[in-house]
Design a protein around this ligand. Structure first.
Ligand SMILES: C[S@@+](CC[C@H](N)C(=O)[O-])C[C@H]1O[C@@H](n2cnc3c(N)ncnc32)[C@H](O)[C@@H]1O
Length: 400
């Protein structure tokens, strides 16, 4: 980060850092060493991460697989926080250090306690597009995560950040919000543009900011999922985006949805039935259009799945055409055949476990809460395998 226009707080001394109870009995030395077959080898100390708006932890899981140590997490939803806690306990049983999980509204978290203790801040803040006017007046909508993300950066002063969001954020009616956010992150505008009088007048961030929309399928996830990533690194550091690895004319072909979904399925079945639409509207692709009830489309198993949404659960849940009805019925309609009625034979909606697999969650992850809450956590997540690719690129950008 370039020189910052802020009142510098003293760096905590090492003893204070080691005394933090959530770091448990471990310390920086333990973090910097690991045992392989009884031999202890020195490793570069991992970069500590704060994941804001963790959800179930898709983003965290990607970073945990690279050179990062999850140190701080913030999530207000009890179900998502419970899932995250279980995920992290599993990571701890495989050698990760404990994380400090703030299960509360991010507005209540004082991040100054992490100044100098966290090198990277990551997160997918919820954005409320209608709140721009309020933002500009410094009256941010409490549901808007951007000001809080910026506040965390200001208070923690990490070396880098990764902000993830919906692909459409940089366009249409949300474009002004996005531009404002990027300008604040880069220090072209003061923080007060987002936080009003919650920050000292003239206070600024100053990251080298770059952004890109990445499609998870291009990195080996069996799902077409476009997400916006904004990366900021401190002065003197440059970030290089990872090159796509999967797809036509690339090192690997796309990973098909059928690689993680079988006709018989796994996990608790979803009772929401699939019926023929009364007034079907076809598209050239049999797997598109509105041919069946609800927003959940049939999955063309030899290809990556369509984007999974947080609203899955009922009839917005994609489904598996176990009897191969879809191509024939599409041909029937296109040639002028009469719409059928009733339930589609052999159609079953994907389970939470299958949705998680499409999102590249490891199969040991257990989601907490009602079925719709679990689908929401899955649909909200950054695919861990995509997060891992971004984490890897960031680790290579940041000098030790
Ligand atoms: C898009 S999801 C994040 C998904 C996550 N990055 C992942 O990869 O799994 C946004 C999360 O922010 C949480 N959230 C929303 N407002 C919040 C607030 N004010 N404080 C803390 N968490 C909040 C939601 O409960 C939700 O789980």
């Amino acid at each position: 980060m370039k020189e910052r226009d802020r009142a510098g707080s003293p760096m905590p001394d090492e003893a204070a850092y080691l005394d933090l109870d959530y770091w448990g009995s471990t310390n920086l030395f333990a973090n910097a060493c690991s045992s392989y077959g009884g031999r202890v080898e020195a490793k570069r100390a991992k970069l500590r991460v704060a994941d804001l708006f963790t959800g179930a932890g898709g983003l965290s899981l990607g970073f945990a697989q690279e050179d990062f140590e999850l140190a701080v997490a913030v999530e207000s939803d009890p179900d998502a926080a419970a899932t995250y806690r279980a995920v992290h306990e599993h990571l701890c049983s495989h050698g990760a250090l404990p994380v400090k999980l703030h299960e509360q509204d991010i507005c209540e978290v004082d991040f100054t306690q992490y100044l100098g203790r966290v090198e990277v801040v990551i997160g997918g803040p919820p954005c409320q597009p209608w709140s721009l006017g309020g933002l500009r007046r410094g009256h941010s909508d409490p549901r808007d995560g951007f000001p809080q993300f910026a506040r965390a950066l200001y208070e923690i002063a990490p070396r880098a950040f990764v902000l993830e969001n919906v692909a459409g954020l940089a366009h249409g009616k949300t474009k002004p919000i996005f531009q404002l956010m990027v300008a604040v992150l880069a220090g072209e505008l003061p923080l007060s543009e987002l936080l009003g009088d919650q920050v000292r007048a003239g206070a600024r961030l100053a990251y080298n900011v770059t952004w890109r929309v990445l499609n998870a399928a291009d990195y080996g996830v069996p799902q077409n999922r476009q997400r916006l990533f904004v990366v900021g690194v401190d002065d003197g550091t440059s970030f290089s985006w990872p090159s796509p690895t999967h797809g036509p004319n690339r090192r690997h072909p796309y990973v098909p949805a059928g690689s993680v979904i079988t006709p018989q399925g796994r996990g608790e079945p979803n009772p929401s039935i699939v019926t023929y639409a009364t007034n079907p509207s076809t598209r050239p692709d049999p797997y598109h259009g509105q041919v069946y009830n609800g927003g959940g489309r049939p999955i063309d198993l030899p290809k990556p799945a369509p984007t999974l949404l947080a609203s899955m659960g009922g009839n917005k849940t994609p489904w598996v055409d176990t009897l191969g009805i879809v191509p024939g019925y599409h041909a029937h309609l296109v040639s002028g055949g009469r719409p059928r009625s009733g339930q589609v034979p052999g159609a079953r909606r994907i389970t939470v476990a299958e949705a998680a697999a499409i999102q590249s969650f490891p199969d040991w992850v257990r989601f907490t809460g009602s079925r719709s809450s679990q689908y929401r956590q899955v649909g909200n997540a950054v695919p861990p395998d995509l997060a891992r690719v971004v984490a890897n690129a960031l680790a290579r950008s940041l000098p030790a």
